[in-house]
Design a binder for this molecule. Structure first.
Ligand code: UDP
Length: 255
């Protein structure tokens, strides 16, 4: 393969220069981290599965008119995406108490929240992604009020849509994290779009019948069966690679 320029290496993905200006190649690794990098490991086949799962979810979102950076999947571990200006704020949308909200407010995990709650986190590894308010975000100029309005409107729409989509395959969407970026058109108009990935790495998904965790919490909490959980999510969504996640045949025909 021709050498290409690596632009960024993150915890779970690598970004390479894309074939056209304004595009990037997003490569999905098997590496997993938790607790701000304190726990590290490999989840075999995760990159292949997340590539497929995220492709599936981003495509469904595009179909309902939610703008995303996703263009197309290229092969087992890579997808072509639009280059965006990343907004340094992650949005977490919560439907059921779990993880940090359960701990912070002493709510029992599994309690259904009175309504969907959105939280903002400032993206900074050095600071451990602190939770911030709209005041911090606008005062420090991380995003403007229009960006925030757009991000919240998109997040709520995505939440309603994904709750239904996952319910249809027997999974409860407990919470998830979204990243956004700004895309500029030729008239210099800006559009806020969903970036990064949507996968069991950044969603909490519980089996509707058994409440079994089918996401990265299996890795975070040493519950075992991590690979199987990711595979099961992919299988239920109908995107499990035929020969399994270890299929290394290379690029396959797109459906
Ligand atoms: N999340 C994420 N990346 C992070 C922190 C959280 O994708 O750096 C996701 C996580 O998978 C969960 C949701 O955001 O679906 C809420 O996570 P929480 O704040 O409860 O933190 P955690 O318990 O994961 O530390």
């Amino acid at each position: 393969m021709a050498r290409r320029r690596k632009l960024y290496e993150g915890k779970a993905k690598v970004l390479y220069e894309g074939p056209e200006p304004g595009t990037l190649i997003q490569y999905f690794k098997d590496d997993a981290t938790a607790f701000n990098n304190q726990k590290k490991g490999i989840i075999t086949g995760k990159g292949v599965l997340n590539n497929r799962i995220s492709e599936f979810l981003m495509t469904r979102l595009t179909e309902i008119g939610v703008p995303t950076h996703f263009m197309r999947r290229l092969n087992m571990r890579e997808q072509l995406v639009r280059e965006v200006e990343i907004i340094p704020i992650s949005l977490v949308v919560r439907n059921v108490a779990a993880g940090s909200i359960a701990k912070r407010f002493g709510i029992e995990e599994g309690t259904v929240l009175p309504r969907s709650i959105i939280e903002y986190y400032y993206k900074s590894d050095d600071l451990g992604d602190p939770m911030v308010t709209e005041e911090h975000i606008t005062a420090f100029g991380w995003a403007g009020t229009q960006d925030l309005d757009d991000m919240v409107a998109l997040a709520l729409r995505i939440n309603d849509f994904l709750i239904g989509l996952f319910l249809g395959v027997g999974l409860r969407l407990v919470d998830f994290k979204l990243e956004f970026g700004r895309l500029y058109n030729e008239h210099d108009e800006v559009q806020v779009v969903v970036a990064d990935e949507i996968s069991p790495d950044n969603c909490r998904l519980w089996d509707i019948r058994t409440n079994e965790k089918m996401d990265k919490d299996r890795f975070r909490r040493d519950l075992g069966g991590v690979e199987e959980a990711y595979q099961e999510v992919a299988r239920r969504l109908g995107v499990l690679p035929e020969a399994g996640p270890m299929d290394l045949k290379g690029p396959q025909a797109m459906q």
